[in-house]
Design a protein around this ligand. Structure first.
Ligand SMILES: Cc1cc2nc3c(=O)[nH]c(=O)nc-3n(C[C@H](O)[C@H](O)[C@H](O)COP(=O)(O)OP(=O)(O)OC[C@H]3O[C@@H](n4cnc5c(N)ncnc54)[C@H](O)[C@@H]3O)c2cc1C
Length: 539
């Protein structure tokens, strides 16, 4: 068993662990990130994908959270424009809705005021006729008012996470996925390191660190248990489920935020690439976050509410490709607290008062604010352990770009959308092997070079790592069915897999797809409606 030495060990490679790694490594700390599954495979892959201030947090009086989130939104729109795009939201108000038009209008005005230097326009309102022209799919039956406001969408939270990790890696961080922490070594009342194992090879290792950061999202309490002490429980998760619809080009061009008719909760329908996402539910969930799945009633509820607000589209179960669910890692609230009222703020917990120094836990947080949170954690690290002992580990060289490569314009555009300024580095893999310039499936623009880049530079080790998180091939159209075998073949070539290992890798992909998502067979109806929990709030 080997022991490596670090300044900071981060447990969890979701968006918060990744953004923290980027900030901490940039300060020169020797940083190790350990992720038990794949980077961004936890809650980060299960969100509504909004980069927003959170209009509804104004209702809980959390104007500071909204203001900070809106600042983060503007920064992401400026700095990561290939991943984060402005999105117009139509907000119809119907007779019987829980919030009257004047209330919505005041909220939107405040929302605009809290983001004074924003790039997108201020909110506006529609007459019934204007709404019918602007977005004909939205119901105008019993309409009292309709508004348009702007937020943003990150089309791939997984890729945003990978960007933070790429920055951490460029600053010398050591990144390990499929590496589960089994034990946090506490000696003399101080966290000193971790024991972990590689889930794919079984290899066990130990790492020592001057500070351990628990960024395990909904697994925060399970990681605290790995100290072998009884530390206070910090997370009280709620499950949120979404459906991805294929409306074959007929869906609304703008996002819609409406109040659900059955329980008054806010509900989003958002255009996402060629599809639409409907979400979300909000149900207390104390189960294992690794096993979270949408219940039949959640699927029925989302379909019914989307069909009501978009009546002309005839939305039915057969339009749903799959359902995905995640557990919000919210701060533990007392029993009887309304799910929607639990704060979406993030907290940094120092466990010194519980008898373990040099152990911090990140609780809560949003995709939107991960970078700001990471910067805050970076300052805390400096307070706790002082300056870095030595410069970080040497960064791996980036692939040289710049070799002229012929790729069709739509492929070049696709690579720019996925990789931003790193696109030429990906394209370089197609220059050295023209086979790698070809798409990995007839349903997608993604090419073989992306598989090679994912393996060489983005730590992809399984077919699911490539199709579900390095690209969105597995999340769209045929859910990667046609791309799994070609992807495995490219990986086999690069990694020296035998034919048996390659074929197993394809089967493992399908197993993970069906384990992580409720894949909805277009020919079979979803589970029947079961008893629905009481009304709850959404994002
Ligand atoms: C339904 C829903 C909708 C949401 N919508 C939005 C939205 O629109 N906009 C927004 O900004 N935010 C949204 N959020 C919130 C946001 O998605 C989460 O707050 C954020 O992704 C949390 O990231 P994280 O890194 O803390 O947790 P995670 O992404 O869960 O990462 C934690 C990681 O720790 C790893 N881990 C756990 N135990 C161990 C161990 N022992 N060893 C090693 N690794 C371990 C896990 O595998 C996991 O990958 C939403 C959340 C949900 C659930």
């Amino acid at each position: 068993m080997t022991t490596a030495h670090y300044d900071v060990i981060i447990i969890g490679g979701g968006i918060n662990g990744a953004a923290t790694a980027s900030a901490v490594a940039a300060r020169g700390y020797r940083t190790l990130v350990l992720e038990q599954d794949d980077f961004a495979s936890g809650t980060t892959s299960a969100s509504t994908k909004l980069i927003h201030g959170g209009l509804r947090y104004l209702e809980t009086g959390d104007a500071r959270l909204v203001h900070e989130s809106l600042q983060s939104r503007e920064q992401l729109l400026r700095e990561r424009s290939h991943l984060v795009r402005p999105m117009g939201f139509i907000l119809p108000v119907y007779q019987g809705d829980p919030r009257p038009p004047w209330y919505i209008r005041s909220g939107l005005a405040l929302y605009d005021l809290l983001s004074p230097r924003k790039v997108s326009p201020w909110h506006s309102s529609f007459s019934r006729r204007e709404l019918q022209r602007f977005e004909p799919s939205i119901s105008t039956d019993r309409l009292r008012a309709a508004y348009l406001y702007y937020d943003a969408q990150v089309w791939s939270p997984e890729r945003l996470t990978l960007e933070y990790l790429a920055e951490a890696r460029a600053s010398g961080a050591d990144l390990r996925n499929h590496a589960a922490v089994d034990y946090i070594i506490v000696d003399g009342g101080r966290a000193r390191g971790v024991d972990f194992h590689d889930v794919l090879t079984g290899r066990r290792s130990t790492a020592s660190g001057r500070l351990v950061i628990n960024a395990a999202g909904p697994w925060v309490d399970a990681v605290l248990d790995a100290t072998g002490r009884s530390l206070r429980k910090r997370v009280g998760g709620t499950r949120g489920s979404h459906l991805v619809l294929d409306l074959e080009g007929r869906g609304p061009k703008h996002a819609v935020l409406a109040s659900a008719q059955s329980d008054g909760r806010p509900m989003f329908v958002t255009p996402w690439l060629d599809h639409h996402i409907i979400g979300t539910t909000d149900v207390r969930d104390d189960g294992d976050p690794s096993d979270v799945r949408a219940a039949g009633w959640e699927i029925d509820y989302l379909i019914a509410e989307a069909a009501r607000v978009l009546p002309g589209l005839g939305i039915e179960h057969r339009n749903a490709l799959y359902a995905y669910s995640g557990v919000r890692p919210l701060a533990r609230a007392g029993e009887g607290v309304f799910e929607g009222a639990i704060s979406r703020r993030s907290f940094l917990v120092d466990h010194e008062s519980e008898g373990v120094e040099r152990l911090l836990s990140i609780v809560g947080g949003k995709l939107t604010t991960a970078a700001a949170l990471g910067a805050k954690v970076g300052s805390e690290v400096a307070q706790l352990i002082g300056r870095p002992r030595a410069r970080g580990i040497a960064a791996l060289p980036e692939v040289p770009a710049g070799r002229a490569v012929f790729l069709p314009p739509e492929t070049q555009e696709h690579l720019r959308m996925v990789y931003g300024h790193r696109a030429p580095q990906v394209a370089a893999y197609a220059a050295s092997d023209s086979e790698m310039a070809k798409p990995i499936s007839r349903h997608h623009r993604d090419i073989g070079a992306q598989v090679l880049y994912a393996v060489a530079h983005e730590h992809a080790r399984t077919v699911a790592d490539v199709l579900l998180r390095r690209t969105i091939v597995g999340l769209t159209r045929d859910l990667g069915r046609s791309a799994a075998a070609p992807t495995a073949a490219i990986m086999a070539n690069r990694l020296g897999w035998s034919d048996e290992v390659r074929d197993q890798a394809v089967r493992d992909y399908f197993a993970e797809l069906h384990r992580s998502y409720v894949v909805l067979n277009p020919d079979a109806p979803a589970e029947p409606v079961s008893a629905m929990p009481r009304a709850v709030e959404s994002e």
